[in-house]
Design a protein. Structure first.
Ligand SMILES: C[S@@+](CC[C@H](N)C(=O)[O-])C[C@H]1O[C@@H](n2cnc3c(N)ncnc32)[C@H](O)[C@@H]1O
Length: 209
């Protein structure tokens, strides 16, 4: 059964988000250059695979393509309008549907969530974490809003403002739940940076078994 959040992202709420959040590829490129510095083996000329959960219109995947021309890129996205834009770009395989139902048929060198886990209701988070970790061969990157204690925050610019956005220690949850993960690097990108993100805190983890 679908959660109210999945219904909202699939519908008009998700369409409106897609319309007002384009044009971030240069900032995303700067973000990944920084956040993936520790993946030293992630060389441009080798072919590795990357999966993004909640990839939106594909602006992270576009940035990753510019940094890593040979890599195999995939995304999972629930909003049909965003899926059409990401597919229209033509450089990544996009799975349309909910991450909470996604059954990966392979593993990826890197699996990432950027601004996705913050929109998953706490009761469903374990399912999203499971996809994130289970489908990764080696690296897991989460870039979300951090809070040491889980808190819900009202979602701005939306008719639906409750039950759509949470911040918490996503990486801490993952490190507690999955003993095979180790923290490799972390950082923060300020909204006043020349290549801004929305005050995102990111954590790069590696599977050790
Ligand atoms: C805040 S946007 C972030 C988009 C992209 N990751 C970025 O950094 O620009 C959240 C995205 O997650 C998608 N999403 C939310 N819940 C989802 C779910 N259960 N399964 C798949 N996608 C979902 C939304 O449709 C939206 O495109």
């Amino acid at each position: 059964m679908n959660t109210p959040q999945e219904a909202a992202w699939r519908g008009e709420f998700g369409d409106r988000y897609t319309d007002r959040n384009m044009g971030k590829v240069p900032a995303n490129r700067a973000f990944f250059r920084k956040a993936l510095t520790s993946c030293r083996w992630f060389r441009m000329d080798e072919q590795h695979s990357i999966l993004e959960l909640g990839c939106g219109a594909g602006e992270n995947l576009q940035a990753l393509r510019q940094l890593y021309p040979a890599h195999h890129l995939e995304g999972v996205e629930i909003n049909p309008k965003a899926v059409a834009i990401a597919r229209g770009w033509g450089n990544a395989m996009i799975h349309e549907g909910s991450v909470l139902d996604f059954q990966p048929t392979r593993k990826y060198d890197l699996v990432l969530s950027k601004g996705f886990c913050i929109h998953i209701p706490p009761t469903e988070l374990a399912r999203a974490y499971d996809v994130l970790v289970r489908s990764s061969k080696r690296w897991v990157l989460v870039a979300e809003y951090y809070s040491p204690r889980p808190v819900e925050i009202p979602y701005r610019n939306a008719q639906i403002s409750d039950g759509m956005l949470w911040k918490r220690d996503f990486a801490g949850d993952l490190l507690n739940a999955y003993q095979e993960l180790r923290l490799v690097d972390y950082g923060f990108v300020y909204h006043r940076d020349p290549y801004p993100q929305d005050d995102l805190t990111w954590f790069l983890m590696e599977k050790t078994q």
